[in-house]
Design a binder for this molecule. Sequence first.
Ligand code: HEM
Length: 450
Amino acid sequence: MALCRSTCKGMPSCPQGMRLEVTARPAREAGMAPVAGGSDPACPIDPAMLCSSQVISRRLYGPIWKSTFGHYRNINIGSPVVLEQLLRQEGKYPMRSDMALWKEHRDTRRLPYGPFTEEGERWYRLRQVLNKRLLKPSEALLYADAIGEVVSDLMVRLREERSRSPSGVLVGDVANLLYRFALEGISYILFETRIGCLKQQVPAETQHFIDSINLMCLPFWDRYLDSWDTIFAFGKKLIDRKMEELEGQVERGKEVSGYLSYLLASGRLSLDEVYGSVAELLLAGVDTTSNTLSWALYHLSRDPDIQETLYQELKAVVPADRFPAAEDIPKLPMLRAIIKETLRVYPVVPTNARVFYEKDIVIGDYLFPKNTLFVLAHYAMSHDETYFPEPERFLPQRWLRGHGSPHHPFSSIPFGYGVRACVGRRIAELEMHLALARVSRDPPTLGILA
Ligand code: HEM
């Protein structure tokens, strides 16, 4: 899995640290497609090139093709029809890829694995605990008030930035502010603690944490390990603090609420397992949502018609005397369509992977022996004009009932598929919908981006 436009952090199939061979050997002759390498010195893989190479390969080779990537031999899937056939054969414990770099950090430091790095039965047990209170839309609503509070702080910061700018209307670095919003939001949900990302002066400890995440993609091994250490230490401190609070509460016979409290009180995970899982949830929950929001706002600012449609929709559903709330979201199809279209055009995970280690896989007339590494070319599929006419255009209306063109259900699956799909999907959606609704309900705020 590779994260596009963001630090890749050694995600699976963005094999940071793997020496990338750009095979000059004619691909056709070898029966394989070449894979482009990165030009960004800070990251061995250039995500933009990976995305366009997917599109080119799919055009050249069709729905399924072979490629090499370092020592990996891949079978690439570029068609939703084939992808559906593949994913429907998933077993009980789907495996993404070996996550070697993440695991190496945990092994070196003797730390536990989390949901990304764990596999097999242990992963399954972990997910059963983590899923609860996160996965269902109704469970995500538990965090609506917390998210609303953070959105309010984001709005305050946007206004402050505007008024401090020379023109009185400009926010210089919207992406940075959204990054801090997402980090504050996920931390508040996970730790039930505010960490001050949206304060004028970010606390030193929080700033150190932010800097560490940003340094993660640099090709320096020690720095990479240090960054993970900071993430774990940051999480551990907040978890330990919560543990102490919780002990007091339980002694006083008070019922516990909140995600971390639930994990700690469930008795189904060791403290070590909680440390490992929370660190990975924390890392997964920041630039995923903030990048998506940045792109959504970018497109809204460039398209006054979409902006106006969204504004009118919000005006009709949300009375002027209150803020948009979670209960409004089902009545806001354009709002949801904008997020869906953003994730189609800019999928956070443009390339994912699956290894079927339990059994051979049959797709059409082909038999793939077990342990084949399948690379899922999501970017190519969500940019395929067969399913999305004018695929490069940002057209949220294609997702609206009655307006939309028919598209295959597997052509854009931004949160993945099946039991291994994104555990944070519901809270990510809630965060993005609430933030976008508030910014768009407040026209002067959106004006800043125009
Ligand atoms: C726009 C927001 C997000 C997108 C598009 C996204 C997308 C994805 C995708 C595609 C996967 C892989 C699924 C698969 O292999 O089938 C994934 C996995 C995961 N995501 Fe997200 N994600 C987002 C936000 C979040 C948030 C907010 C959290 C944290 C609460 C999170 C936590 C995770 C975790 C822990 C996994 C690994 C699950 C496992 O392997 O069992 N994600 N995400």
